[in-house]
Ligand binder design. Structure first.
Ligand code: NAD
Ligand code: UGA
Length: 469
C-alpha cells in the first residue's frame, strides 16, 4: 500500500488529502500538523474549516484510509510520498519584508524530513512558493549523509475556497513539475498515477519544476488582474453612467476573454491573491525587472483604491460623516461559503468606517465574534501604507458589535454595507429592514447582489458598485 503523508492540515492540506483518500482506497493518507488543536478538530465533528461537502467526504474516509495525527515524525518516516502544504505568508520583517514569501515553515518542514527519513521519498511542494524554491529544498534534503534519494516535485494547488471539493473532484488541470532526469520523471509518473485515479489523463500536465512553480503565481496574478480590471472600469462606469454588469457581460461574451471572474466588487480578498502577487513582484525586483514588478503592483493598488473608494462613497453619501451613526455590515468573510477572513476587504472597510467614528454592527453566517475582533485589532500588514489601514485603537474596537442575525444588525441603522455575497442576503425581507432603519435609509452593495429597482421602490437610497446612481 502506498503511504502518503501531508504536512499542514489547513485549507489546502485537509480537503486535498480527503479527496485523495476518497478516490484512492488503496492509498493510506495521513495528514499531520504541528498544531495539536487543529488535528483534534479534524478528528472531531466540528471540522476546523467550513467548506461545502467537506464533512461528508471526511466522514466517509476518516479512520479507513484517512487519518489526522500530530505525530509528525512517525508518519513522515513511514511515507512514500510527502506533500508539504504548510503556510507561506508574506515576510513581515528582514530582507524582502512586505513582499517576499516567508519560507520559515517550509524550511523547518524540509529539515525535519531530512532528519527523520530512513528511506527514499518523493517530496511534493503543494504550498505556493517562489519560483526556484525546489532548488533550495533540494539542497536541504540532499545534504543528509544517509544516502537517501529525495525527488522534489512541484504540484501547486488551484482550488478556491467555498468550492474546494468540486474543484478537487473536477480540476481544470493538475500540474506536476519535476526534474528532467530519469529519477525525476519516475517521480512525476508516481504522482500522476495517484491523480489518474479520478482525473482524466489529458488534464494532468507535466512540466519542468520552475514552470510549475511559476505557473501558480502567474495564475493567481492573472485572476486578480481580471478583478482589478473590472473594478477599475466600475469607477469609470460610476463617473459616466455606464453599468459595469452590462459592460462585463458584453466584454465577457468575447470568447477570447470569457465570462468568469469579471464581477465588480468592493475588492478581492483571501489569503493568496495579494500575497502571491507581492511574491511575484519581489521576484521580478530581484531579477532587475522593475517594469514588470510595477505592472503587477498596479493590480494591488487598484484593489486598495477600490476598498477606500467604497468607504469614501459611504461617508460622502451620508452627508460627509458617519460619526455616531450605526452602520450594519452584512458579511465579513472574503467570499461566500467560507468562514475564512484572511485579507477580507471587510477588514479595511470596517477600519475605514471606524476611522470616521461609525458604530458598526456586523453579521456573517460563518464568522465568529472572536475572529472579527481579532481581525480588527490586528496590526495589519500594510504593503503600501494607505492611511486607512492602520491598526485600530482599543476604543475603536468598542464601536463594533457582532450579532447573529441580519435583522438585528440592521435595526435602527442609518446605513447597510453588504460586503460578502452570501445567498441569504439576496432574499432578506428588505421592506422589514427598511421599516426598522433610521431615515433616510442607505444601502451600499459591495457585491452587486441586491435588486436595485426593488430596493429603491421601497425607499432606500442604494449605491451599487459601478452602477448608475
Ligand atoms: P493554513 O494556514 O490553513 O494551513 C497551514 C498549516 O500548516 C497550519 O495548520 C500550520 O499549523 C501547519 N504547519 C506549519 N508548519 C508546519 C510543519 N513544519 N509541520 C506540519 N504542519 C505545519 O494554510 P492554507 O490556506 O492551507 O495554505 C497552505 C499553502 O497552500 C499556502 O502556501 C497557500 O498559498 C497555498 N494555497 C492555498 C489555497 C487556499 O485556498 N487557502 C489555495 C491554493 C494554494
Ligand atoms: C483563489 C483562486 O481562485 C484559486 O484558483 C487559488 O488556488 C487560490 O486563490 C489560492 O491560491 O489560494 P480563493 O482566494 O479561495 O481562490 O477565492 P476566489 O474565488 O478566487 O476569490 C478571491 C477573491 O476575489 C474573493 O474576495 C472574491 O470575492 C473576489 N472576486 C472573485 C471578485 O471580486 N470578483 C470576481 O469576479 C471573482
Amino acid at each position: 500500500m502506498v503511504k502518503i503523508c501531508c504536512l499542514g492540515a489547513g485549507y489546502v492540506g485537509g480537503p486535498t488529502m480527503a479527496i485523495i483518500a476518497l478516490k484512492c482506497p488503496a492509498i493510506e493518507v495521513v495528514v499531520v500538523d504541528i498544531s495539536a488543536a487543529r488535528i483534534a478538530a479534524w478528528n472531531s465533528d466540528q471540522l476546523p474549516i467550513y467548506e461545502p461537502g467537506l464533512d461528508e467526504v471526511v466522514k466517509s474516509c476518516r479512520g479507513k484510509n484517512l487519518f489526522f495525527s500530530s505525530d509528525v515524525e512517525k508518519h513522515v518516516l513511514e511515507a512514500d510520498i510527502i506533500f508539504v502544504s504548510v503556510n507561506t505568508p508574506t515576510k513581515t520583517r528582514g530582507l524582502g519584508a512586505g513582499k517576499a514569501a516567508d519560507l520559515t515553515y517550509w524550511e523547518s518542514a524540509a529539515r525535519m524530513i531530512a532528519d527523520v527519513s530512513k528511506s527514499d521519498k518523493i517530496v511534493v511542494e503543494k504550498s505556493t512558493v517562489p519560483v526556484k524554491t525546489a532548488e533550495a529544498i533540494e539542497k536541504i534534503l540532499t545534504h543528509n549523509t544517509k544516502g537517501i534519494n529525495f525527488q522534489i516535485l512541484s504540484n501547486p494547488e488551484f482550488l478556491a475556497e467555498g468550492t474546494a471539493i468540486q474543484d478537487l473532484l473536477n480540476p481544470d488541470r493538475v500540474l506536476i513539475g519535476g526534474r528532467q532526469s530519469p529519477e525525476g520523471q519516475k517521480a512525476v509518473e508516481a504522482l500522476k498515477a495517484v491523480y489518474a485515479n479520478w482525473v482524466p489523463e489529458d488534464r494532468i500536465i507535466a512540466t519542468n519544476l520552475w514552470s510549475a512553480e511559476l505557473s501558480k503565481l502567474a495564475a493567481n496574478a492573472v485572476l486578480a488582474q481580471r478583478i482589478s480590471s473590472v473594478n477599475a472600469m466600475s469607477a469609470l462606469c460610476e463617473a459616466t453612467g455606464a453599468d459595469v454588469t452590462e459592460v462585463a457581460y458584453a466584454v465577457g461574451k468575447d470568447s477570447r476573454i470569457g465570462p468568469k471572474f469579471l464581477n465588480a466588487s468592493v475588492g478581492f480578498g483571501g489569503s493568496c491573491f495579494q500575497k502571491d502577487i507581492l511574491n511575484l513582484i519581489y521576484i521580478c525586483e530581484c531579477n532587475g525587472l522593475m517594469e514588470v514588478a510595477n505592472y503587477w503592483k498596479g493590480v494591488i493598488k487598484i484593489n486598495d483604491y477600490q476598498k477606500s473608494r467604497f468607504v469614501n462613497r459611504v461617508v460622502a453619501s451620508m452627508f460627509n460623516t458617519v460619526s455616531g451613526k450605526k452602520i450594519a455590515v452584512l458579511g465579513f468573510a472574503f467570499k461566500k461559503d467560507t468562514g475564512d477572513t484572511r485579507e477580507t476587504p471587510a477588514i479595511d472597510v470596517c477600519k475605514g468606517l471606524l476611522g470616521d467614528k461609525a458604530n458598526i454592527s456586523i453579521y456573517d453566517p460563518q464568522v465568529t465574534e472572536d475572529q472579527i475582533q481579532r481581525d480588527l485589532s490586528m496590526n495589519k500588514f500594510d504593503w503600501d501604507h494607505p492611511p486607512h489601514l492602520q491598526p485600530m485603537s482599543p476604543s475603536a474596537i468598542k464601536q463594533v458589535s457582532v450579532v447573529w442575525d441580519a435583522y438585528e444588525a440592521t435595526k435602527d441603522a442609518h446605513g447597510v454595507c453588504i460586503l460578502t455575497e452570501w445567498d441569504e442576503f439576496k432574499t432578506l425581507d428588505y421592506q422589514k429592514i427598511y421599516d426598522n432603519m433610521q431615515k433616510p435609509a442607505f444601502i451600499f452593495d459591495g457585491r452587486n447582489i441586491v435588486d436595485l429597482e426593488k430596493l429603491r421602490k421601497i425607499g432606500f437610497i442604494v449605491y451599487s458598485i459601478g452602477k448608475p446612481l
